[in-house]
Design a protein around this ligand. Structure first.
Ligand SMILES: Cc1cc2nc3c(=O)[nH]c(=O)nc-3n(C[C@H](O)[C@H](O)[C@H](O)COP(=O)(O)OP(=O)(O)OC[C@H]3O[C@@H](n4cnc5c(N)ncnc54)[C@H](O)[C@@H]3O)c2cc1C
Length: 581
């Protein structure tokens, strides 16, 4: 949003509406980011250069740069909503352009002041930044990395290969994780920001683009260094601080990644509702068949659970940075997992239309393929579950101890229209002592019970969530294992823990916004419809009694179709009026 405009009560939503408007109608082949152009780029596997240039022209890179360094990144939920809008049109474009947000994160977390200012200037003038962490032989095992950086009188000499790296070829900068202590270990790696324009061209080469299952137009390649020298100022943070900085940066990027999933879901809902509304079977619209409506409603229930978790998580970067090691892993694990489930369900509803290459330019099949990567990069599902498991002992102790002060920070993160304090990235931590959302759950459940406008069904669901959360923490406290031999059951427990956190986020978001404009008055919020469905979809995935789901889901679809007739629903509409499907 141009800075001259007054800040709206919900700047994140205003920004999303602005981008939606600025990008124009994607169904119009004349727009730069049109469905047709994206399909063609995907077919020929060509990088979306023109689309990225248009996003630069619109000023999107400003949202990757904190305001302190001249950008427009004031609140992380704003970049989250912008990415959702972009991903809602094309995941490849969002991943290709948004990579700069990931590549630069380490510099915002730990860079020197002049390094931050210099990188900000380059990003604002359109320079893409990539992030070279992974290596061909080591995948998620960053501590096994073999790329080395040796201190020399001129700076650091880098050797070795980073693969796969998004934008390694198109990017101007690459933030490289390299071994600076031959012995390795948590303090044996450092981060170096290499400017490809300043490197000796004989000392590095970009690796060929790798054909991929989805996001086929993206630049998924790598970079190989052969005694490439970077100046001393390329070092990001202290020598030996690389792993810690990467893990803290992941807390920002993994939370924001949920936006990619939500965008994919939006796109899929648009296609599905369009089809179900048009298709007449047995003399009625498919959309009016009870089974279809209930299945669609369940998918929306998952969507709202994912949306509240992602939105809350981004705001928590400002309010509870110390807890982001938990929230980022829960978000990065659960949001893509829920959206995979949503896509499966919507694919079933579309029937062969999800399979036919020509139906709606093959958009459903494409977004389904594209979305597969969201759960893999930046820490896979298992990696994030494992990170949660490592924190179980502290989280179980924190839950038992209770935290009467948690309510205030949780309340602010959940009050979506409340302005946020600046994000203090210095407070990010590798391990949380507790989770405010679960600590504040018992009081939230009591509050729901005492709230006259909460339907009884919500109070009952909230009570069930609390019982499940107590049980999950009991199990977490009882789990003992070594870091090298994590029992498979622990991953199931991490899944259930993540569900409890997501349920608590939904409850808090409803409590703090239900009577606040613009949320109050929207059909989705009336009688807590979205919350009921979100809680049902969560509680139903936890052990316990099976729930009566179909009425809740059907009523949710009724509400969605009032608020978002095109099917692209969100807690608050982020689409400009009259936008195309
Ligand atoms: C399109 C694309 C873009 C990418 N972009 C980048 C980029 O910009 N920068 C970058 O550095 N990398 C990038 N990567 C690499 C990617 O992030 C890594 O490859 C990925 O995080 C690790 O996945 P892997 O399949 O190599 O897994 P591996 O680590 O080899 O794992 C294989 C399997 O083991 C499981 N596993 C791993 N660890 C655990 C554990 N602790 N417990 C249980 N199971 C576990 C995994 O989930 C997976 O199922 C990209 C990859 C792709 C495909």
């Amino acid at each position: 949003v141009p800075q001259t405009e007054p800040r709206a009560a919900l700047p994140a939503v205003e920004s999303a509406r602005w981008l939606d408007e600025a990008l124009g109608d994607p169904a119009d082949p004349g727009t730069v980011l049109s469905y047709m152009r994206c399909a063609e780029l995907e077919r020929i596997g060509e990088f979306p250069t023109e689309i990225c240039a248009e996003l630069d022209r619109l000023g999107l890179p400003r949202h990757y740069v904190p305001v302190a360094y001249g950008g427009a990144l004031a609140a992380y939920d704003e970049v989250f909503h912008l990415m959702r809008v972009l991903a809602g049109r094309d995941l490849t474009a969002a991943i290709a352009h948004g990579k700069t947000f990931l590549g630069a994160a380490s510099v915002w977390v730990a860079g020197a002041p002049d390094q931050r200012v210099a990188l900000a200037r380059e990003i604002l003038s359109g320079a893409p930044v990539s992030w070279g962490l992974t290596e061909r032989d080591h995948g998620s095992d960053l501590l096994a990395g073999e790329v080395t950086a040796v201190a020399t009188p001129d700076g650091y000499r880098i050797d070795g290969e980073k693969w796969l790296v998004n934008n390694a070829t198109h990017g101007r900068f690459v933030c490289v994780l390299a071994r600076t202590d031959p012995k390795g270990g948590p303090r044996g790696f450092s981060l170096l920001l290499a400017d490809k324009h300043a490197l000796d061209p004989d000392r590095f080469r970009c690796l060929p683009k790798v054909p991929t299952h989805g996001i086929r137009a993206a630049d998924i390649s790598g970079i190989a260094f052969d005694q490439a020298t970077v100046p001393p100022g390329a070092l990001v943070g202290p020598v030996g601080g690389g792993i810690e900085i990467v893990l803290k940066s992941f807390q920002l990027t993994r939370t924001a990644a949920g936006a990619l999933s939500l965008g994919a879901a939006d796109h899929a809902f648009g296609l599905t509702v369009d089809f179900l509304g048009d298709r007449v079977m047995y003399r009625r619209r498919l959309l009016d068949l009870p089974k279809v409506r209930a299945d669609l409603g369940e998918a929306y229930g998952l969507l709202f659970a994912a949306e509240t978790l992602g939105w809350y998580g981004c705001r928590a970067i400002h309010t509870q940075p110390e807890e982001m090691s938990v929230l980022s892993s829960v978000t990065k694990y659960l949001v893509p997992t829920f959206v995979d489930e949503i896509l499966g369900r919507l694919g079933d509803l579309l029937g062969i239309r999800a399979y036919l290459a020509d139906y709606a330019d093959g958009r459903f099949a494409r977004l389904e393929r594209d979305h597969r990567i969201v759960g893999i990069f930046d820490g896979s599902t298992f990696v994030n579950q494992n990170l949660l498991i490592n924190q179980f002992p502290a989280l179980a102790r924190g839950y038992r101890r209770g935290d009467p002060a948690a309510g205030a920070a949780v309340g602010l993160a959940a009050a979506l229209a409340q302005p946020l304090p600046p994000a203090d990235l210095g407070r990010l931590s590798l391990a949380a002592r507790s989770c405010g959302l679960t600590s504040a759950l018992a009081s939230a459940v009591a509050e729901v019970g005492a709230t006259s406008d909460a339907p009884t069904a919500v109070a009952a669901l909230a009570a069930q969530l609390l019982v499940a959360t107590d049980a999950v923490h009991e199990e977490m406290a009882g789990l003992s294992h070594s870091a090298r031999a994590v029992p498979p059951e622990a991953f199931d427990l991490a899944h259930r823990y993540a569900l409890c956190v997501a349920g608590a986020a939904s409850l808090q978001v409803w409590l703090r916004n239900r009577s606040v404009p613009p949320f109050a008055g929207s059909t989705l919020w009336k009688d807590a419809r979205w919350l009921r469905a979100a809680l049902v979809s969560i509680v139903d995935r936890l052990p316990g009694r099976r729930l009566d789901r179909s009425t809740v889901y059907t009523e949710l679809v009724d509400a969605v179709l009032v608020d978002a007739p095109d099917g692209r629903a969100s807690l608050i509409p982020t689409r400009s009026a009259g936008a195309a499907r």
